[in-house]
Design a protein around this ligand. Structure first.
Ligand code: HSX
Ligand code: HSX
Length: 209
């Protein structure tokens, strides 16, 4: 697994405003979209392209087009929905599939309560959107789900990850080179309720609560 921690002054600034409990939901939603676009720039570095010939108004030229099959963007409900517009601003031709997942706070097991994805993802590059990677259970389940359907590689874009969750993910996917996680920050710990500390609270509630 490759961890990409995006270091950029605008990312750090926007994340600080997100963390602030005084930030209103409308501002929070706006900042999430802006942050995702910045993270997506790094997350899409490996997106598959192919050489094409085009004609400019002046002459022929060689250029690049996204390669088929189109990338698949998968927001994890609910909070991942808040990242979808920002991602599509960068990758407008992507197809969108949905996963609804909830963590049982005692067993930490993940229940997949909704799914809207093609059965066959063979050869598809997939981008999971979930702002928080806390214990890591949700993202492990989502990655396994996509790989089982044949995804060619899976990149998870999260605004914030907790160190224990990243360790869980690393243990689950090992040294697979086709799994990537892109984050704006890594916090060191979780509290007794498995919230990231210092974190930013419950992303779903701050977006939609
Ligand atoms: C909570 O957030 C629970 O553990 C669930 O796993 C999750 C629900 O996410 P969302 O639907 O609010 O995004 O901490
Ligand atoms: C949060 O809970 C996020 O949006 C994720 O869906 C989930 C992360 O928790 P975990 O499975 O990493 O512990 O609301």
């Amino acid at each position: 697994m490759e961890l990409i921690h995006v270091h950029h002054p605008l990312v750090d600034h926007k994340l600080t405003v997100l963390r602030d409990k005084a930030t209103a939901p409308s501002v929070f939603r706006h900042l999430v979209a802006e942050l995702v676009a910045l993270l997506a720039y790094e997350a899409t570095r490996q997106v598959a392209i192919e050489e094409i010939e085009i004609e400019t108004p002046v002459s022929k030229a060689t250029g690049w087009a996204l390669k088929e099959p189109r990338p698949m963007v998968v927001p994890v409900l609910r909070a991942g929905l808040g990242m979808l517009d920002g991602m599509l601003a960068v990758l407008p031709s992507a197809e969108v599939g949905f996963l609804g997942m909830v963590r049982n706070d005692e067993s930490l097991e993940i229940e997949t309560y909704a799914e809207r994805l093609p059965d066959d993802l063979t050869g598809r590059q997939c981008f999971i959107l979930d702002p928080m990677l806390a214990t890591g259970s949700t993202v492990v389940e989502a990655i396994e789900y996509l790989l089982k359907r044949g995804a060619r590689d899976v990149t998870c874009i999260s605004i914030l990850a907790a160190r224990p969750g990243l360790e869980t993910l690393e243990a689950a996917v090992g040294d697979r080179a086709d799994v990537r996680v892109v984050v704006a920050a890594v916090d060191e710990k979780l509290n007794d309720h498995n919230y990231i500390v210092p974190g930013l609270g419950d992303a779903g509630d701050r977006l939609y609560g």
